[in-house]
Design a protein around this ligand. Structure first.
Ligand SMILES: C[S@@+](CC[C@H](N)C(=O)[O-])C[C@H]1O[C@@H](n2cnc3c(N)ncnc32)[C@H](O)[C@@H]1O
Length: 238
């Protein structure tokens, strides 16, 4: 809201929106490049027109929620120029890091939403996304904070609405408490089915994987992350 108070209509966001002051080059990217590739104005509430935003209709659109500094997003976009990518991240220092990659790699297939993913999900058309990533989300390990976790029945319904039938949803984490939580929440939700047949399906990085910053940190400490792949079930109402 313009006066700095919280809009009671908006969901509560518990993460950080910035830390250190941006270097001047990064601030220029926020001022000049971000408005050009922002998928929608944050204050607007209308449905997003993906073809208009990207200037084309790609065969697939992928969504990464909480991309951090954007290593996975820019790597995936570079490797797949025919696919369009939506990245969502409210942490401005991370957005600036991703913008630096967009400029350096001359990526034209990324659009950004620099706020809470729950606001973006409300505004995307139904059945438009073929792959969703939630990678190393904040684990909120204290019991009293568990309900802040991004994965819950409400967000799973929002993700299901925007997902195409058979869309893939990849959740990765090195926090085994959150991995168990995500499995329970997913199994409670009728629209998502875990695809794993054996431990090699969730212990190993998916094919053509670009590691994220948090993943690299976890691997450096000797932790073994889990990579859970779910598939959106076809529903009679679709
Ligand atoms: C632990 S970091 C992981 C970043 C990155 N995925 C990685 O693996 O390096 C979690 C990120 O999720 C973002 N995040 C938290 N809640 C979010 C929300 N509701 N919508 C979008 N992003 C969110 C945070 O700002 C943070 O950058």
């Amino acid at each position: 809201m313009k006066d700095g108070s919280r809009d009671p209509q908006k969901p509560m966001f518990y993460g950080r929106r910035r830390n250190h002051k941006l270097r001047s080059g990064r601030q220029v990217l926020i001022n000049d490049l971000l408005p050009k590739i922002r998928i929608a104005e944050i204050e607007d509430t209308s449905q997003i027109d993906l073809s208009a935003s990207f200037g084309r209709t790609a065969k697939d659109v992928r969504l990464e929620i909480g991309f951090g500094a954007g290593e996975h997003l820019s790597g995936d976009a570079l490797a797949n120029p025919d696919i369009d990518f939506i990245g969502c991240e409210p942490f401005i220092n991370g957005v600036a890091a991703l913008l630096a990659d967009v400029e350096r790699l001359e990526l034209t297939n990324i659009r950004l939403f620099d706020d809470d993913a729950r606001l973006l999900l409300e505004r995307l058309p139904a059945a438009c996304i073929s792959k969703i990533y939630v990678l190393f989300p904040d684990p909120w390990p204290k019991l009293r904070h568990n309900r802040r976790r991004f994965i819950n029945q409400e967000t799973l319904s929002s993700l299901s609405r925007v997902a195409k039938n058979d869309a893939e949803f990849i959740f990765a984490s090195d926090h085994m408490g959150y991995v168990s939580w995500a499995l329970v929440e997913m199994q409670r939700h009728a629209d998502w089915k875990w695809t794993a047949k054996g431990s090699s399906d969730w212990r190993q990085q998916p094919k053509d994987w670009v590691p994220t910053r948090y993943e690299t940190k976890a691997l450096g400490k000797g932790d073994a992350p889990a990579y859970l792949t779910f598939r959106r079930q076809n529903r009679e109402t679709d």
